[in-house]
Design a protein around this ligand. Sequence first.
Ligand code: NI
Length: 186
Amino acid sequence: MILPIVGYGNPILKKKAGEIDSTYPGLQEFIDNMWETMYNASGVGLAAPQVGKSIRLFIIDASPFEDEEEELKDFKKVFINPEILEESGEEWIFNEGCLSFPDLREDVLRKPKIKIRYEDENFETHEEEYEGIAARIIQHEYDHVEGVVLVDRISPLKRRLIRKKLQGIIKGNVNPAYKMKFAERK
Ligand code: NI
């Protein structure tokens, strides 16, 4: 089932999400719905708060970036209760988009390497290191479960420059090719 994606301005996007365990009701069905929702919107990542659930879960399929980094061909994962343990290296710019911000792309600075601990769908714990685009997508989705969104990562000046655009997203004056729920449109 395709779920509506919550737009910028909805308070759930600013809330730190809570951990879950294997007793979380309907988890597998929810994850299946998230995949369907993400692919329908042509996204490479989707976090649970973006579909209205404040839980520490996100999914990533980085395969559209396979031309840039060959190892991303099969990069498809579910991250539950993630914790970024370490970020390192010299910050680099990447032009990020977000399904909660239709028609917006912004250059964001982040460190290139991360170490992350998370649980998979079977609640087995993994500790892994990533770099480049994989790390970048994880950092973006991780922000969502921490209550941080794309525009929190840009300068106040840039934010002011796109203020009208952001107001448009809050009010639902945008036309994404996927189903959304806007903060101020009933
Ligand atoms: Ni996003």
